[in-house]
Design a protein around this ligand. Structure first.
Ligand SMILES: O=C(O)C1=C[C@@H](OP(=O)(O)O)[C@@H](O)[C@H](O)C1
Ligand SMILES: C=C(OP(=O)(O)O)C(=O)O
Length: 452
């Protein structure tokens, strides 16, 4: 679990290839959900008492959040694999960190903790790797400024490094998020926690609701109601008494997506994914693949850690291109790169609409996916914010894909190489450790073949 990145760049790039695999078979428990892992640590920091976490994702992004929580006054300990405890500093009692908070590659950690710092009378510096330094932070800093926080320094265009001076008395605001973003919604809610009044966030398109659910679980009064056709209105009462809780982290659907897609594409496969979180705001990929004709049995549905989970048995399927509506984007936002790989093997055209937010992820994912598909001989085009992929049952493959410090681009094109005629090479596999450090051995255990 060595750090994979530091402020400006990262260790030497590690190219990796995937070649056509024999059938993939076996069972896989994907790592803990990344979104829930960040939030469990952060709410542990804000609660009084000892929070325990089971199944924490021990990827670099989350380890950076653990380090930041320590710097803000929590005692964070690893008890065993995936088992962690957080002795909270308590809402209103955070320490000012002495050093820069280095979030590496992680947008979620950066933005959620900007919300936390923004609502406390402390100053902190936020920074990360070359990818993080390109990502927009104004969307977070704007509402925090309305609440009374001050931006003491920022790089051009509201980018990291950012020095943020929070306020111990955040104004209660009603905020309509200008882009569908769970990170933005969460930052406002986390800052609003320390406000004496009510914080209201309205989103036109519902985004993942893990912050709301976990705040309620830790004892906050928070109500989320439908607003408009696809939106939510969330009302949080300020200054709750947050009490430490025990958190169980379900398996990450965004990580499960890679084995799931690989099993659909590699002939003869039969893979069962265990304990995948089925939160409706996270399973847009599953819905889309089912619409495309994927044979996925949803088995043993149950509740784990307050979330719906299930086991998924996946077998190869002839996929057919579909149109993916823009309204589904928040529920499958990180899965478009792997959907584009699935679409490459589908009959006909898949049109993915409304992908503007993909341009501001770890890389410009719209461009990175299109370039990777082109390198592999897959017909594709970008029209406005839509990506259109024309599939075929024989994908040539070959070529080297530039990953631009983006773990999802890296894993997606390795999956392509498991089913394409020629091997696929990625220029750098090191970023995979940010979200799925066991990706390579776990996929090899199922039958994948990687090489230089
Ligand atoms: O809140 C979260 O945990 C996340 C929200 C999404 O980002 P945006 O809020 O920028 O859409 C997603 O892409 C990211 O991987 C995790
Ligand atoms: C966008 C992602 O993460 P983050 O915003 O936390 O960097 C992701 O994991 O795909």
């Amino acid at each position: 679990m060595a750090a994979t990145s530091s402020f400006h760049g990262h260790a030497a790039a590690a190219p990796l290839s995937a070649t056509a695999a024999g059938p993939l078979s076996g069972r896989l428990r994907p790592p803990g959900d990344k979104s829930i892992s960040h939030r469990a640590l952060i709410l542990g920091l804000l609660a009084v008492g000892k929070t325990t976490i089971e199944g924490l994702l021990e990827g670099d992004d989350v380890l950076r959040t653990a380090a930041a929580c320590r710097a803000l006054g929590a005692r964070v300990e690893r008890l065993g694999p995936g088992r962690w405890s957080v002795d909270g500093a308590g809402l209103g009692s955070l320490l000012a960190p002495r050093e820069t908070l280095d979030f590496g590659n992680a947008g979620t950690g950066t933005r959620l903790l900007m919300g936390v710092v923004g609502g406390h009378p402390i100053t902190a510096t936020f920074d990360g790797d070359a990818s993080l330094r390109k990502r927009p932070m104004r969307r977070i800093l704007d509402p925090l400024t309305l609440m009374g926080a001050q931006v003491l320094a920022e790089a051009e265009g509201g980018r990291c490094p950012v020095i943020l001076k929070g306020t111990g008395d955040p104004a209660s605001i009603e905020y309509r998020t200008p882009v569908p973003s769970a990170q933005l919604k969460s930052a406002v809610l986390l800052a609003g926690l320390n406000s004496p009044g009510r914080t209201v966030v309205i989103e036109t398109e519902a985004s993942r609701d893990h912050t709301e659910k976990m705040l309620a679980y830790f004892g906050a009064t928070i109500v989320s109601e439908p607003d408009g056709a696809h939106g939510r209105r969330i009302v949080l009462e300020g200054r709750p008494e947050l009490r430490a809780r025990d958190v169980i982290v379900p398996a990450d659907p965004s990580s499960a997506a890679f084995a799931l897609t690989a099993a659909l594409l590699v002939p003869g496969s039969d893979v069962t994914i265990e304990g995948m979180m089925m939160n409706p705001l996270r399973i847009g990929l599953l819905t889309t693949l089912q619409e495309m004709g994927a044979r996925i049995d949803v088995l043993n549905p149950r509740i784990e850690g307050g979330e719906d989970v299930a086991d998924l048995r996946v077998r190869p399927s002839q996929l057919t291109g579909v149109e993916v509506p823009a309204a589904r984007a928040p529920a499958m936002i990180d899965e478009y790169p792997i959907l584009a790989v699935a679409a490459s093997f589908a009959k006909g055209e898949t049109r993915m609409r409304g992908l503007a937010e993909l341009r501001v992820k770890e890389s410009d994912r719209l461009a990175a996916v299109a370039d990777g598909l082109t390198a592999a001989g897959v017909e594709n085009r970008i029209e406005g914010d839509d990506l259109i992929v024309t599939g075929s049952d024989k994908v040539r493959g070959g070529g080297t894909v530039k990953t631009h410090l983006d773990h999802r681009i890296a894993m997606s094109f390795l999956v392509m190489g498991m089913a394409s005629q020629q091997k696929m090479t990625i220029d750098d596999a090191s970023m995979i450790a940010t979200s799925f450090p066991t990706f390579q051995p776990e996929m090899e255990r199922l039958g994948a073949k990687f090489g230089a």
